[in-house]
Design a protein around this ligand. Structure first.
Ligand code: AMP
Ligand code: GLY
Length: 399
């Protein structure tokens, strides 16, 4: 098939890589230097025109912004097959307030919360929650619109900087799990569970990022937990909204069962890099079935070996990022290196945004997958590089 991937980050490189491995022709708009090595990149954000001129059979959307802007509605209005949610469905990610109201109305397990739209209401709401308290900005924030405040001063400062439209909610403890299902409006096909690492520093310290690394291991959820999540979190969304595309539930596995921290309406980044490394099936088949509304009966086959993706980020991330640093060592790294924020500049391949590379490997055991990824990371370098040293360690501790 000829398939257009919309986006230009590590997730999109991984999607293109997986499709190319099964012999599909990959187009990417706008793509990145990694995608340019496996397919044709189209330097445009006019996705409809890109799909038409490349005569693609199918389009798959990576990031949230084009989804929230209605790219799926636009493609369908023009009769082009596409995998993703409508703009209306994408509000589940685009607005934390809407999403929270939806969860409450649908009876989807989630943290107790208050939704506010003014500074005084937010300050008053803080009194209703013990510390630490979680404060979430309403709109899209690339994973950076959530503050976990340990003190009243921090909570007040967060309210002032993120407000006035906020969700304020109870702090939950447990293992965090990313649970993603491909949906066609009626049927939900779950992918394997993954675990992301959101904070910038080891041991989950420091501010949140878009994700500093992920691993995928068949032991993250047992069959019973996965089916409970499918029934109580995913299916209610599909039934109520006729959801199409990837529905991503960010979950906390609490002593009272799984609770939903957030919905995303797309594949996770860097979860996808780890996930697709373990997928054995031709990814294009369920994608095409989802676009056609015929997902019922589809299945996915996974390799037993765990996979790990370590993100290498640029100096300054998740704050103000420095770019233009030369990157060396990718060719001899010995793992799959997905480009997230790179460009070709005066220095050759150089850093272009916060998350630069996703270094991904499998191993016979989780420890081996971790070792294989970090060995490759040690062979790559750029000025100011930062990466976590503990990706996957939570899994090692648990098993
Ligand atoms: P979100 O974008 O809502 O998933 O929040 C980003 C990150 O903040 C999550 O991945 C969690 O690590 C953390 N977080 C969000 N909500 C809560 C909560 N209620 N309790 C504890 N941690 C949370
Ligand atoms: N890695 C978290 C996300 O994609 O939202």
């Amino acid at each position: 098939m000829r398939i257009l991937v919309i986006g230009g980050g590590g997730r999109e490189h991984a999607i293109g890589w997986k499709l190319a491995q099964h012999g599909h022709s990959v187009f990417a708009a706008p793509g990145n230097p990694g995608l340019a090595q496996i397919g044709k990149t189209l330097p445009t954000t006019n996705y409809l025109q890109a799909a038409t001129s490349a005569k693609v059979d199918l389009t798959v959307v990576g990031p949230e912004a084009p989804l929230v802007a209605g790219v799926v509605d636009q493609f369908r209005a023009n009769g082009l097959p596409i995998v993703g949610p409508t703009a209306e469905q994408a509000r589940l990610e685009g607005s934390k307030i809407y999403s929270k109201q939806f969860m409450v109305e649908a009876g989807i397990p989630t943290a107790r919360s208050l939704q506010v739209n003014s500074l005084p209401a937010a300050l008053a709401a803080l009194d209703d929650f013990p510390l630490p308290v979680v404060i979430k900005a309403d709109g899209l924030a690339a994973g950076k619109g959530v503050v976990i405040a340990a003190t009243t001063e921090q909570a007040r400062a967060a309210v002032a900087s993120l407000g006035p439209n906020l969700v304020i909610e109870e702090f939950l403890t447990g293992e965090e799990v990313s649970f993603i299902a491909l949906c066609d409006g009626k049927t939900a096909l779950p992918l394997e569970a993954t675990q992301d690492h959101k904070a910038i520093h080891d041991n989950d310290r420091g501010p949140n990022t878009g994700g500093m690394g992920a691993y995928c291991d068949g032991r993250i959820l047992d069959a019973e937990a996965a089916s409970r999540i499918l029934d109580t979190v995913i299916r209610p969304v599909v039934e109520r909204t006729g959801f199409t595309g990837f529905l991503y539930a960010g979950l906390m596995m609490t002593p009272d069962g799984p609770k939903t921290l957030e919905f995303n309406v797309r594949l996770g980044d860097p979860e996808t890099q780890a996930l697709l490394h373990r997928m054995r099936s031709d990814f294009a088949l369920p994608l095409a079935a989802a676009a056609a509304g015929s997902l019922d009966g589809s299945s996915l086959d996974w390799r037993p070996e765990p996979s790990v993706c370590v993100v290498m980020a640029a100096a300054g991330y998740p704050g103000k990022v420095r770019s233009g640093d030369a990157i060396t060592g990718i060719g001899a790294a010995g793992a799959e290196v997905f480009h997230a924020g790179t460009r070709i500049g005066d220095a050759g391949l150089e850093t272009a945004s916060g998350r630069v590379l996703g270094v991904t490997a499998r191993g016979a055991t989780l420890q081996a997958a971790i070792d294989n990824s970090y060995r490759a990371v040690s062979r790559i370098s750029f000025e100011g590089q930062q990466y976590r040293k503990d990706i996957g360690r939570k899994g090692l501790r648990r098993w």
